[in-house]
Design a protein around this ligand. Structure first.
Ligand code: CP
Ligand code: NVA
Length: 295
């Protein structure tokens, strides 16, 4: 049985999943998951993850059940182990959006059906698979491209992007204040597959970019540090001047965006932005992920 907890879990299957997603989007799809049931546990807010999983599952002939943490007994102290064992008796896949990667691992350890990480504090693999699909649609390929990420180098998006980009044969630069540089654990894993550069912001840092990407400076769970973070990341806003360094680069953001902080609205809603294709592609990518997990 397979899980999707880290980007590493799709190693060797990444392009196959992306190509299936692109094919379903372009050519239509069959009810490949007829009568399959997905349980979705959410400890944090969500627009895209919730709706794209639910719509994707319905399109494939299955059904999705939304479980807010405080609506189920998990919120009153039932263990993750018992939650995993019980849900596995009712459903075919469990998607979990968690605060802690440790809790994610624990759910996967005890579930007897595939578990999908719908974001935790360390990774956001569904988003990055959708991002790679979006890059492949826009650029026609992945291999050899260069991604430049601005912002929090320690967050879930930075970690999954480092792994996903290098796995796909791309190189990545993380542009981040020193205090927010990624951990050796993720950098070393990514460097086993490809090139990762980490730097503070500097003149011309995006000049070789095919893709410029950013994410919120204040991830879910970091709210207590909001004021400090807004201050620490000053100067890292993706604006027209940064986009001008790489004239063919597309702009990406997993959303939700906070305009004026990590990106200007002008860039995010500008002609080189693919953020709404990227949001749509969450659905196609996750349809392909669920098919792959249940194959
Ligand atoms: N990008 C993303 O995961 O969005 P949501 O938080 O709305 O699910
Ligand atoms: N890094 C962000 C991603 C939101 C989809 C967060 O964890 O809040």
């Amino acid at each position: 049985m397979k899980h999707l907890i880290s980007m590493m879990d799709v190693k060797g299957h990444l392009e196959e999943i992306i190509d299936d997603a692109i094919d379903m989007k372009k050519n239509g799809y069959e009810k490949a998951l007829k009568d399959k049931i997905l349980a979705m546990i959410f400890e944090k807010s969500s627009t895209r993850t919730r709706v794209s999983f639910e719509s994707g599952m319905e399109k494939l002939g299955g059904h999705a059940i939304f479980l807010g943490k405080n609506d189920i007994q998990l919120g009153r102290g039932e263990t993750i182990e018992d939650t995993a064992l019980v849900l596995s008796r009712y459903v075919d896949i469990i998607m979990y959006r968690a605060y802690s990667h440790k809790d994610m691992m624990e759910l996967a350890e005890h579930a007897t059906v595939p578990v999908i990480n719908g974001l935790d504090d360390e990774e956001h693999p569904c988003q990055v698979i959708a991002d790679l699909m979006t890059i492949k649609e826009a650029k026609g390929k992945l291999e050899g491209l260069h991604v430049v990420y601005f912002g929090d180098g320690k967050n879930n998006m930075a970690n999954s992007l480092m792994l996903g980009c290098t796995m796909a044969g791309m190189s990545i630069t993380i542009v981040s204040p020193k205090a927010y540089w990624p951990s050796d654990f993720y950098v070393n894993k990514a460097r086993e597959m490809g090139s990762v550069e980490i730097t503070e912001i500097k003149e011309g840092v995006a000049k070789d970019a095919d893709v410029i990407v950013t994410d919120t400076w204040v991830s879910m769970g970091d709210e207590k540090e909001k004021e400090k973070r807004l201050n620490d990341f000053k100067g890292y806003t993706v604006n027209e001047a940064i986009m001008a360094q790489a004239k063919d680069a597309i702009f990406m953001h997993c959303l939700p965006a906070y305009y004026g902080n990590e990106v200007t609205k002008e860039v995010a809603h500008g002609p080189r932005s693919v953020i709404f294709d990227e949001a749509e592609n969450r659905m196609w990518a996750q349809m392909a992920i669920m098919k792959w997990l249940l194959r």
